[in-house]
Design a protein around this ligand. Sequence first.
Ligand code: SR1
Ligand code: MG
Length: 382
Amino acid sequence: MSSYHQFDVAAAAEFAAPYIDGPVGESAEVGDGNLNRVFRVGGRTTSVIVKQALPYLKVAGESWPLTRDRARIERAAWAEHDKLAPGLLPGVIHFDEQLSAIVFEDLRGYVSWRDMLVAGHSVSGVAERVGRYSASVLFGTSHLAQSSLERKKLRSRFSYSELCLVTEDLVFTAPYTQAATNRYDPQAAGLVQVLQRDRTLRTAAAEMLFAFKTRDEALIHGDLHTGSVLVSDDDARVIDLEFAFFGPMGFDIGVLLGNLALSNLAHEATGRPALADAVARDAEQYWTAFADECRRLWKPSEPWYHRFISGVLADAARFAGAEMIRRVVGLAHAKDIDSLPEAARFTAQGAALAGGRALIAGPPCTTIGELWERAVGQESFA
Ligand code: SR1
Ligand code: MG
């Protein structure tokens, strides 16, 4: 067993060599994520992906230290989710806790759902698969599926982690204060000021933060944005489970829907209504697949499916609002909007802040149509 050292391409190749065929022919860094280093290592005909956690947040550098425990959490959450949603995550080939490194099946040729949406490509079936993933893992790790004892055992293996603190800060706190980590276009400064002075919004954000910290409903993905889904022409796999913890189901669903709303607003702002409509359909399909699969898994002895699903939707709407706001104001943005030319970018940013506020501060959403209309149908933010 080797002691921890940060991989470069040569070290990643040496680590992955037993899992490929023949001598290493290719080793390259391929990840552009915020947290970890990701390499592709190839042999004669096969290749694998190596993901290694660094002792700090990659995007911030060594000034933001983080334990490497997120690799263990990702591996453990992957095992639970893979059991419940087989075929909807990439395969794990090897895990080394000392090195905080995971060897994954290489999904060569797949690209992130976010990149597909940014490029204006819609892939049929993705939303439905991700909806099924959400239902399988959220329902499957909840008290609705597991006995109290079985769930207690599983629950004890996942504590509230350091990455939960990152989410507390970046999603629910910093955007509503003048935090040093916030990052926004100078042209959005006026809007951000209005947002940060909105007492209703700040109160609702504090309430959501409390829900995030206390509502131990399911082993959630914890960071289910469109960049956490890899897609091909006929497949979709969910990746990056290091934020997983026992939290509110609506958080995963809200994060996904919030990111789809940002994509929709980006397409609207650049005058591409057909693409915007395709994303709206994705959002509807994601939610419908989730709700239908929960209905299928629901035990007839439990007489409250409609209350359950309405509660998840109402929570998801608020979390979607928080996600939309933080992707404009906070540290981590969405390429969908950031990559737009200036005028369109400003339009989309204003619409995202308005949609986020409508979702957070309005009455509980009761249908997916209402949620979507609030997310993307606001006149302006002022
Ligand atoms: C500094 S980490 C920023 C963001 O990247 C991750 O994907 C999470 O969304 C986190 O908030
Ligand atoms: Mg990620």
